[in-house]
Design a protein around this ligand. Structure first.
Ligand code: SF4
Ligand code: SF4
Length: 542
């Protein structure tokens, strides 16, 4: 009996106790600053660039070989605004393979990579494991957006422990890699005697910040808005809905709406943003929308990529789909294969600039990019490319039904193969065979050696440049070389024919570039040949 009562006592006391569990995902436990989900890159807010230099130390040390990074010269170093000579260009991590060992973080000499210590770092469920190939946009997103409130950088801790062991003053806390306001919040916490090693609940959703005097002052003129993430999203979605309504009606999207989409897409939570000058007026800057934002991240059309996390329309999933389509496009293009309709449609729908028939931005961007096709034709000389970068074919070419040898896909593939041959032969200083030249001409390529078909069809400016009439030294408007009078006007096969003269000039220019690349002066005979054939002696290797 006593035992029963004792057992019931335990049962009732436990029933009366507050639960230790929480209703995830509405409520989330605090995460310690050292917890690790997946590696992400950090953003240097002081220099407005990634900390990562693309040095590949982490890539070489990753035990499962799931990282890829490339390096480039840092333009900010040349401009004198950064002390990093090199900067990361591209970066991928395959989260499907990453085993979260933290080695990349430990070995990075620049503390440029940290383990994501947010809940959002754990929430990566996808239907297709290829969606877990995270590119540099995705890797920097957490840091740039402020989701990564307090990145844990091990070297900072090592320095702290070393100093403590030596009995020295601890180093000044830096919270590098966190957004400036998050850094300040941590300093404030410490000033109040609170521990800095715990994150606030739901750190990935910063609360709406009040307009601070410094932020307002920094904006310098114009209307200043500081909004929370949810408000920014709501405003962007409203603008995108309005834009979509115009698109659905087949009407151009007003510049004001386009400017708002751009503004709220680029705006960061808690960060001051000045209203786009001149946007409400409609004429304004007239910037042409493309598939990329100013910071290099992907731009999606209205209504695309605004679903909640995990939704097929979430930014992560849409980004992954677009990357897959772009990969397919590049692979097929490199192989000279036609682009399947579903890939083309995905590229178009998700806002890729690679969409074969022209990107969606030509429609959404209003003014300059797209719609005014007729006006453009009447003033500008025709070339082998449309204003949106897609291929233009001569009348009657590429208008066959799908599968037909004259379908747009097959004609495009033929022209791309011919252009590839042209570029390869040209780089080798070889003459272009007749059949390749004919294909280039017939299919409207600007590379057609004897002058493109557009010189004939386009009327106006570009018709004026057949090789024999050349007087200038630069390539003609249609891409063909222009020689001094009397040079390159011999009949086909003659040493003075256009093809042979061009090949001679290209060989000379190639040798000149090779000499420059080797740090040598351009030999006098080579320089004389280039000048004689109307070329310009190159001043750099490529
Ligand atoms: S955490 Fe480990 S497995 Fe994952 S990317 Fe870094 S080194 Fe590779
Ligand atoms: S994350 Fe660090 S180690 Fe890896 S490439 Fe960038 S700078 Fe080098």
């Amino acid at each position: 009996m006593k035992g029963i009562l004792k057992g019931l006592g335990v049962t009732f006391s436990t029933a009366a106790r507050r639960p230790v569990t929480v209703k995830y995902p509405e409520t989330k436990h605090l995460l310690p600053v050292r917890q690790r989900s997946f590696p992400v890159l950090t953003w240097d807010f002081d220099h407005d660039e990634p900390f990562c230099t693309g040095c590949n130390v982490c890539v070489r040390n990753c035990p499962v070989d799931c990282m890829t990074a490339t390096m480039q010269d840092n333009p900010a170093y040349t401009a004198g605004t950064s002390n990093r000579r090199k900067i990361v260009e591209k970066f991928w991590i395959d989260y499907a393979r990453c085993m979260r060992c933290n080695i990349c973080v430990e070995v990075c000499p620049f503390e440029a990579i940290v383990m994501d210590n947010n809940w959002s770092g754990h929430e990566h469920s996808v239907y297709d494991r290829r969606d877990l190939h995270i590119d540099i946009d995705g890797l920097l997103h957490g840091s740039k957006s402020g989701e990564l409130t307090v990145p844990f950088r091990p070297l900072d801790s090592i320095e702290l422990l070393e100093k403590q062991a030596k009995g020295e003053e601890p180093p000044e806390l830096s919270f590098k890699g966190a957004r400036p306001e998050a850094r300040q919040a941590m300093f404030d916490r410490i000033a109040q005697g609170l521990p800095a090693a715990l994150q606030e609940r739901e750190p990935e959703k910063p609360k709406a910040g009040a307009v601070t005097a410094s932020a307002a002052g920094g904006a310098g003129g114009g209307e200043v808005e500081i909004l929370s993430e949810s408000k920014i999203r709501a405003k962007r979605m409203r603008a995108e809905r309005e834009a979509k309504a115009f698109v659905d009606r087949g009407e151009p999207v007003p510049a004001e709406i386009t400017a708002n989409i751009q503004k709220y897409t680029n705006m960061k939570p808690g960060e001051a943003a000045t209203a786009v000058a001149g946007a409400p007026g409609g004429g304004g800057g007239g910037a042409v929308l493309t598939g990329l934002n100013d910071d290099g991240s992907m731009r999606f059309p209205p209504g695309v990529g605004d679903g909640p996390k995990g939704d097929p329309n979430s930014a992560e999933k849409v980004r992954a789909r677009r990357m897959r389509a772009e990969r397919s496009f590049n692979t097929l293009t490199a192989a000279g294969e036609p682009i399947p309709d579903d890939v083309a449609k995905t590229l178009y729908d998700l806002g890729s600039d690679l969409a074969p028939g022209g990107a969606i931005w030509a429609t959404l961007g209003g003014g300059s990019a797209g719609g005014g096709g007729a006006a453009a034709v009447s003033t500008a000389p025709l070339t082998g490319l449309n204003a949106d970068g897609s291929m233009r074919f001569p009348p009657g070419i590429g208008d066959g039904a799908k599968g037909d040898p004259n379908s747009a896909e097959k004609v495009r593939a033929r022209r791309m193969r011919a252009e590839r041959s042209f570029n390869t032969l040209t780089a080798a200083g070889e003459p272009i065979p007749d059949d390749v030249a004919k294909t280039l001409y017939d299919l409207g390529s600007d590379l057609a050696p004897g002058g493109s078909i557009w010189a004939t069809l386009g009327g106006g400016a570009s018709t004026a440049a057949p090789a024999a009439a050349g007087v200038a030294v630069a390539p003609g408007a249609d891409g063909q070389m222009v020689f001094p009078p009397g040079i390159g006007d011999g009949p086909k096969g003659d040493p003075n024919s256009y093809e042979k003269v061009r090949a001679r000039r290209m060989r000379a220019e190639k040798k000149a570039r090779e000499a420059i690349a080797a740090g040598q002066p351009v030999p006098a005979d080579i320089a004389a040949t280039i000048v004689e054939l109307g070329g310009t002696i190159p001043d750099k290797a490529d």
